[in-house]
Design a protein around this ligand. Structure first.
Ligand code: FES
Length: 155
């Protein structure tokens, strides 16, 4: 079984276990995103069919919440805090080092689909400014000089 087949099977199992539970759309979309890494139109249509909901409703819920990704994301998402304390602490230099190390600009994904680089608001760890979230791990205070070594741990 190839990996897209097993992902499709996993989504089928999620839909099956939630289809008779009203109000489960958000949960199913979250699970679908966990399986595929993002929500394609195809995935959303499948969720709509499976939960017997209008496709437009599923798409509008997915577009409303910022934690849903409607475009492919890299395996590892890097978020750099751009709120005031981190900005003052040197977030721009960290951004520049990340862009150079990864060879992409803010908002882009590397060609090998390993990394996406995003700007975000306060991560709630302002005492560690400038702060960066890599996957689910928090780093900070981070300097531009530390970036290449840090990224090499995720390659
Ligand atoms: S301002 Fe960056 S973590 Fe709060």
């Amino acid at each position: 079984m190839d990996s897209s087949e097993s992902k499709n099977d996993a989504l089928g199992a999620v839909i099956e276990s939630y289809k008779s539970k009203p109000g489960s759309l958000l949960t199913v979309l979250q699970q679908a995103q966990k399986i595929f890494g993002w929500l394609s139109h195809r995935t959303m249509r499948r969720v709509a069919d499976g939960l017997d909901l209008p496709a437009a409703q599923v798409e509008s819920v997915a577009s409303y919440y910022s934690f849903f990704h409607l475009e492919p994301r890299g395996e590892t998402v890097i978020r750099v805090c751009a709120s005031a304390p981190c900005h003052i602490g040197g977030a721009d230099r960290v951004f520049a080092a990340l862009e150079e190390t990864l060879g992409i600009r803010i908002g882009e994904t590397t060609k090998d689909m390993k990394f996406s680089l995003l700007r975000c608001d306060c991560l709630g760890i302002c005492d560690r400014a400038p702060a960066v979230l890599i996957g689910e791990e928090v780093f900070g205070p981070l300097t531009a000089e530390e970036v290449p070594e840090l990224i090499s741990r995720y390659r």
